[in-house]
Write a protein that binds this ligand. Structure first.
Ligand code: GLP
Length: 249
């Protein structure tokens, strides 16, 4: 695992967006795994700004998002499909049919299996971007999830519903289920970059770096992957054991 610690959240976005842009340039047919949540928003903003200024070509890139709420239509403002369209896809020259987000409507168990199949067909994911939940979840793989899981339907924990209610009018509007890539699905990616900021992520980051591999903290399964980079701010790194290497400006 490679660990990079910055003073500010903006520096995380700057480094991550630079890595993504360079990777797209090197491999125009990149298969890119994307995350939602507040953590990657600034990164997406920088990707859009780069597209406007430098016209980085996304026309052959394929994307796969990690997860989607069950029961929200793609047009629903809180759905992850809507989020991705608004934050990124509508603002760059990516082909919409090359952007994949799990379908949270209808027979979701069948949708999960179909998503996994599509990943096998179009994959592997060359680069997967991840955030992390305060309880150590990755995508929507909640505590208790084992390392051999494929794309599946999950019940969200109270902690996650509480953490995500800020995107909704109230906690009772947060869907109680979601469809998510499994841990094993995520581990199939060739390279993984996880970002986190803020002190409420510090415990999860501690477990990710120093904890033993356990379903109690699904993020710890990333220790089994040989190409993981973690980019965090000082607040999220606060519990890490020294030496924590900070990049020079
Ligand atoms: C959500 C998403 C995750 C995301 C995490 C952190 O529940 N399913 O993919 O990484 O929470 O979100 P945030 O970046 O808003 O803290």
């Amino acid at each position: 695992m490679k660990l990079v610690v910055f003073e500010t959240k903006s520096e995380i976005a700057k480094l991550l967006s630079t890595i993504i842009i360079e990777t797209v340039k090197k491999n125009p047919k990149l298969v890119l795994g994307l995350a939602t949540g507040s953590s990657p928003m600034e990164t997406y903003d920088l990707l859009v700004k780069d597209y406007q200024k430098n016209h980085t070509d996304w026309s052959q890139v394929t994307t796969f998002n990690l997860d989607e709420y069950v029961g929200l239509t793609p047009e629903h403002k809180k759905s992850y499909r809507y989020f991705m369209n608004e934050q990124l896809f509508n603002k760059i020259n990516i082909e919409k049919e090359n952007t994949h987000v799990p379908n949270g409507l209808g027979n979701v168990t069948a949708n999960a299996q179909a998503y996994e199949k599509l990943l096998v067909e179009k994959g592997p994911i060359n680069l997967q971007i991840l955030g992390i939940g305060t309880n150590g979840h990755i995508a929507f793989n909640e505590p208790g999830t084992f390392g051999d899981t494929k794309t599946h339907v999950v019940s969200l924990t109270k902690t996650t519903i509480e953490a995500n209610k800020r995107f909704f009018s109230s906690a009772k509007d947060v869907p109680i289920k979601a469809i998510t890539m499994g841990i094993d699905t995520i581990l199939q990616a060739q390279a993984i970059i996880l970002i986190a900021d803020g002190k409420n992520k510090a415990q999860a980051i501690y477990e990710l770096v120093h904890g033993k591999i356990t379903p109690d903290y699904p993020c710890t399964y990333l220790q089994a992957h040989d190409n993981v980079m973690i980019i965090v701010d000082v607040a999220a790194a606060a519990l890490l054991k020294p030496p924590v290497i900070k990049p020079k400006n």
